[in-house]
Design a binder for this molecule. Structure first.
Ligand SMILES: CC(C)(COP(=O)(O)OP(=O)(O)OC[C@H]1O[C@@H](n2cnc3c(N)ncnc32)[C@H](O)[C@@H]1OP(=O)(O)O)[C@@H](O)C(=O)NCCC(=O)NCCS
Length: 370
């Protein structure tokens, strides 16, 4: 039996959702380039595309938007829970528990995508509640008249966001919607393959995404920039970090061996937002880290990934670094649930093997003789 550490290059299913060309740095959702989707589409349209496999007509999109907007409210007892724990708890732990609570009130049976719409519509409400509670602010009710991205920022700040902020948020969410197979999506599939339920799958996805090697990297990358403090410190910081065996956060990817296309797109939004919000120096630091990081690591195929600039975008939009991974989860839930839906159409229990390397035939020694 061959051991494939980290399941590297092991395919778990066929998919028609997302294609990544890691050598050329290209990414397609349902055959559409993310460059086109980031330029011309929006979160709701892309969510529809991912779940249903086709772009919606105007009428379909209108109905879909309305459905999502109607599902934004979170039951009071879940909001109370979020308020009680969010000041001190890790935001991903709060989100994970809140989604788990949502699962208590929904039946196990029924259409996966219908449930996915409910979860996806509510997650930003929970994230905004977490963020506002951390700042000691009152909660803001969702506004059904706003788009998904605009409402997200409205619930965060309690006022209508600028068009640049809305566009930046919308594109960021769109770019996080799916990424073929990865640790969190696989975690969702493992749970789904036992014929558990979609809430349990999403809870598993959030749990896997939380780690700093996956979705937690966006906050780590931003904290790096804050720690560096000035563009003049970048070179020294990067060299000392790498020479002490630490990783450059927001760099490297299992699949991309060149610049992640999402990082390229988000760089432009990070630039525009940082200039507008007086964070120009932070953007300069990031750019310098990118430059020096590529100089040192690029020849090994280690380049900036999505988390490198997304953190800066989320920070400029007003989120705390510890909250960033919950925004990632709020978008990736679309991909998680689409992959679960696709997998369940031809389900096979996921049950890998381990290669036993321990002893056999050991004599049991009674406790008094050990
Ligand atoms: C994402 C990541 C886990 C993928 O790594 P992987 O495919 O499992 O590859 P490995 O962790 O085995 O790394 C391979 C080599 O590249 C190096 N490497 C990978 N990412 C690196 C980084 N960000 N900084 C410095 N070195 C890195 C490793 O040290 C390792 O070197 P070695 O062969 O000398 O031991 C890895 O690149 C990483 O830890 N990046 C930082 C966290 C991050 O940004 N995550 C978000 C991903 S979207």
């Amino acid at each position: 039996m061959e051991l494939k550490k980290g399941l590297e290059d092991v395919a778990i299913k066929e998919t028609s959702i997302t294609f990544i060309d890691g050598e050329l740095g290209r990414l397609y959702y349902r055959g559409y380039s993310v460059y086109d989707l980031a330029s011309f589409s929006n979160f709701e349209e892309v969510a529809y595309l991912i779940w249903y496999g086709k772009l919606p007509t105007r009428k379909e999109l209108e109905d879909f938007r309305k459905l999502m907007a109607e599902e934004r409210k979170v039951p009071d007892h879940i909001s109370s829970f979020v308020r009680q724990v969010s000041r001190n708890a890790n935001p991903m732990d709060v989100l994970r528990t809140a989604v788990s609570m949502m699962g208590l009130e929904d039946s196990r049976d029924g259409d996966t995508i219908q449930k996915a719409i409910k979860i996806t519509s509510k997650m930003p409400t929970i994230v905004a509640q977490i963020q506002r509670t951390r700042r000691g602010q009152d909660l803001v009710e969702p506004d059904p008249n706003l788009s998904h991205a605009e409402n997200f920022l409205f619930m965060l700040h309690g006022e209508k966001p600028s068009s640049t902020d809305v566009r930046s948020m919308d594109v960021s969410l769109t770019l996080h919607v799916d990424h073929e197979m990865n640790a969190s999506t696989f975690a969702c599939l493992v749970v789904a393959s036992t014929l558990s339920d979609i809430y349990s799958s999403v809870v598993a996805g959030i749990s896997a995404l939380k780690g700093p090697l996956h979705g937690g990297a966006n906050s780590e990358a931003l904290k790096q920039f804050l720690e560096i403090g000035s563009p003049d410190n970048v070179e020294k910081y990067v060299l000392s970090r790498l020479s002490s065996g630490q990783r450059l956060m927001g760099f490297g990817h299992r699949v991309y061996k060149t610049m992640d296309p999402r990082a390229k797109i988000l760089r432009e939004y990070a630039k525009q937002l940082s200039t507008e919000k007086g964070l120009g120096e932070l953007f300069e630091i990031a750019q310098r880290v990118e430059e020096i990081g590529i100089k040192i690591l690029g020849n090994r195929g280690i380049y900036p990934n999505v988390d490198f600039y997304s953190g800066l975008v989320f920070y400029a939009l007003g989120f705390d670094p510890d909250v960033f991974p919950t925004i990632f989860a709020s978008a990736r839930v679309v991909g998680w649930t689409a992959h679960v839906d696709e997998y369940l159409k031809d389900n096979k229990l996921i049950r890998p093997k381990a290669i036993y390397v321990g002893d056999l035939g050991r004599r049991y020694v009674p406790i008094d003789e050990r």
